[in-house]
Write a protein that binds this ligand. Structure first.
Ligand code: AKG
Ligand code: FE2
Length: 227
């Protein structure tokens, strides 16, 4: 009689609240994980999450497949995301165990993860300040709602050391993370009540010298359907 209620990208949400709490509990109980000391956002890191050989193998794949990065939003202008990226083949024997180990560290079923993204930044390239969660106001939301819904946690791994620049900066949470080979950085894009956390605004700062390679995983609130 009332039709199906469409879920929204924003506002408090019990599913996202539970999701956030369960992942935080998992990370808190893992001695490898270090929690950033701040009340405003849930941000963790883990040194040497990947070893040198794993990082080098992913870098080689990114170099083979890279193409100019794209954006979901139609509102961002030129220069917003100037890096190169690629999808990392999910079932590749070198990718799959890494994909699964990230999901296991967060305690999220692997099918909630979007395809792992590889990214490469040459000097001067950057990803300007953005949120990883989806906005209701954007035209992409309808499609995203059907393919697993909101993005909850992000996990990133730096695949090399960068000579200068290339930090991941959260200007509102007040934290800047320098690239370090093998380091995993992960954060909850939601608040404890399941609403989007505006303070997770972050930027991939321009590389000054060297080249920056990372992989990124975005985890949805429901299984991500590849269509
Ligand atoms: O390059 C970085 O440090 C940040 C990357 C990022 O924000 C993303 O992939 O969503
Ligand atoms: Fe991001």
């Amino acid at each position: 009689m009332f039709g199906r209620r469409k879920s929204k990208a924003t506002g408090a949400d019990p599913t996202r609240q539970r999701f956030g709490a369960e992942v935080a509990q998992r990370l808190d109980s893992d001695p490898r994980m270090v929690k950033a000391d701040m009340p405003t956002a849930q941000i963790y890191h883990c040194l040497d999450f990947l070893d040198t050989a794993q990082c080098d193998a992913l870098v080689a794949m990114i170099d083979t497949h890279r193409r100019p990065s794209t954006l979901l939003s139609e509102k961002a202008g030129a220069g917003f995301r100037t890096s190169e990226s690629c999808d990392m083949a999910r079932h590749d024997p070198q990718v799959r165990p890494i994909d699964e180990s990230i999901a296991a560290a967060l305690g999220i079923p692997p099918d909630h993860g979007e395809t792992m993204q590889g990214q490469r930044y040459a000097p001067g390239q950057q990803f300007r300040a953005h949120h990883d969660y989806f906005h209701d106001s954007e035209s992409y939301w309808k499609a995203m709602e059907k393919s697993g819904g909101q993005r909850t946690w992000t996990a990133m791994i730096y695949l090399n050391d960068v000579t200068e620049g290339g930090a991941t900066w959260f200007p509102q949470a007040g934290i800047k993370v320098m690239p370090r080979k093998g380091l995993l950085l992960t954060w909850n894009n939601m608040n404890p009540d399941g609403s989007p956390n505006l303070l997770t605004l972050h930027e991939g700062m321009a590389v000054v010298e060297g080249t920056k390679y990372i992989i990124t995983k975005w985890f949805r609130e429901r299984p991500w359907i590849t269509g």
